[in-house]
Ligand binder design. Structure first.
Ligand code: TRP
Length: 450
């Protein structure tokens, strides 16, 4: 067993770990990306597949990452080097660092929008506007280009600031208080959304699955969304796992994080779809679906002005606790493997990220030429990282834990060397060994063949 190094950060309390890992998981993936994906992939059919994937593949993958991180006490690259020296396994860690870098570059674009929308809501910019006007504003904002880039840069700077301060003082402190408030506001919004005229149609869309809509594309999108939303497949949870203390229960931590994440995604769906149908926004509206629907809901709420501000502030915070985990993977790698100082690593990672991120933001202008394979760079980066790198990483991670680490080390880690009673550990290992790899591989191939 690796000795925990004294100079490594660790999360101070049980609630701290759950909050920080949940902070990583809960973000734009739940409130922005989930409704977009569900809207584009048949609503209810997507939701069913998504839930099954989360349960059968997401939880085992997250637990596997925790197991790797806590037993190795290192960043993703270092973890594989330590647990599997002189093998090719560290490649999985490198893939993760690259994947985190890519995700951060387009994630920070949308994170920047949350800042723009805070400013808009403080200025009472949405007041009295109808759908057409709100949609126009959103399009105008994209076409400005430079404004997106500026907000994105500010967001990356904020992320860098928290990451530079270190784990215990940074991540944990913010995540603990603010996530429950976000949940509360979503509930308020959900109630309003459900009482709008025509809301029922939206509920039907989300909860009444048309099974004929389940195609290879839906499967791979649901898999990508599940991994994206849970922050698994690229080592963020390996990194966070490395900060979890030896006497904490990895299984219950993975379960709580998944539960919180899934709850927030479903709630976001309950907020967005009834309102979108009521206002006449198509579920396939893509980037505009959430950013156009929300202001319209706030216009329908007493005290909507204040709720709107608070909501976008919290959305920005939720995004921040996620970008922190993405940047932390890259920084932890720079510090521990390349022996950079934490400050230097943070600066280099942020600047490099901006260099790619600029193009992701600018690629959303109407008529852009910043495209890869016919997709705007923004969408291409998202597709490549979420639907290809994350499933591939997730597959390799469960294979590593199931087959390379082996039964003894797995049981030792999940039971805290026998301290924790885990009756289902055999079942979990069976899923990690057989079911998860086969299912991920099948979905992956069926999606790629399309
Ligand atoms: N899970 C976050 C969200 O839903 C995004 C995120 C943070 C992420 N860290 C990650 C996605 C690591 C994949 C891998 O918003």
């Amino acid at each position: 067993m690796a000795e925990p190094k004294k100079n490594r950060d660790s999360f101070g309390s049980k609630i701290g770990i759950v909050a920080a890992a949940a902070g990583s998981a809960v973000g734009l993936g739940n409130i922005y990306r989930f409704p977009c994906e569900a809207g584009n992939n048949g609503g209810g059919a997507f939701l069913i597949v998504y839930l099954i994937v989360v349960l059968v593949l997401g939880i085992p993958a997250m637990l596997s990452e925790f197991v790797i991180g806590r037993s190795a006490q290192a960043n993703p690259v270092g973890s594989f080097k330590k647990l599997a020296p002189k093998t090719a396994w560290p490649i999985v860690g490198y893939l993760g660092v690259i994947c985190g870098f890519i995700i951060l570059s387009f994630y920070s674009t949308v994170s920047g929008w949350t800042l723009e929308y805070i400013v808009k809501s403080v200025a009472n910019d949405f007041h009295g506007k109808d759908l057409a006007a709100i949609e126009q504003d959103f399009a105008d904002f994209h076409n400005m280009g430079w404004k997106n880039v500026l907000w994105q840069a500010i967001f990356i700077f904020l992320t860098g600031f928290v990451v530079f301060k270190g784990v215990q003082n940074g991540i944990e402190k913010y995540a603990k208080i603010l996530m429950p408030v976000l949940l509360l506001i979503l509930v308020v919004l959900g109630v309003r959304s459900l009482t709008l005229p025509g809301a029922k149609e939206g509920l039907t869309f989300l909860f009444n699955p048309d099974f004929s809509k389940i195609t290879g594309k839906v499967l791979i999108n649901a898999l990508g969304q599940a991994f994206f939303s849970l922050s698994v497949g690229m080592g963020a949870m390996i990194t966070y796992g490395s900060y979890i203390q030896k006497n904490d229960n990895l299984t219950t931590t993975a379960l709580s994080v998944t539960l919180a994440d899934t709850l927030i995604a479903i709630l976001a769906g309950i907020v967005i779809f009834p309102a979108a149908f009521s206002f006449g926004i198509r579920p396939e509206a893509g980037t505009g679906l959430v950013f156009n629907t929300l202001p319209l809901i706030f216009n329908q709420i007493t005290g909507g002005y204040f709720f709107c501000i608070i909501f976008f502030v919290l959305l920005a915070v939720a995004a921040l606790t996620s970008t922190i985990s993405l940047l932390e993977v890259v920084v932890a790698y720079f510090v521990e493997e390349l022996h950079m100082t934490r400050k230097g690593a943070t600066v280099v990672a942020c600047v490099a990220n901006m260099a790619l991120g600029v193009f992701a933001s600018l690629s959303l202008k109407t008529g852009t030429s910043i495209q890869i394979a016919g997709l705007p760079l923004f969408g291409a980066l998202d597709f490549f990282s979420s639907n290809i790198l994350l499933p591939l990483g997730g597959l390799l991670i469960v294979l590593f834990v199931g087959w390379f680490m082996g039964k003894k080390r797995f049981y030792k880690e999940v039971t805290n060397e026998g301290e924790v009673k885990l009756h289902v550990k055999g079942v979990i290992l069976f899923i990690i060994r057989f079911i998860a790899p086969v299912a991920i591989a099948i979905i992956f191939v069926s999606g790629l063949v399309k």
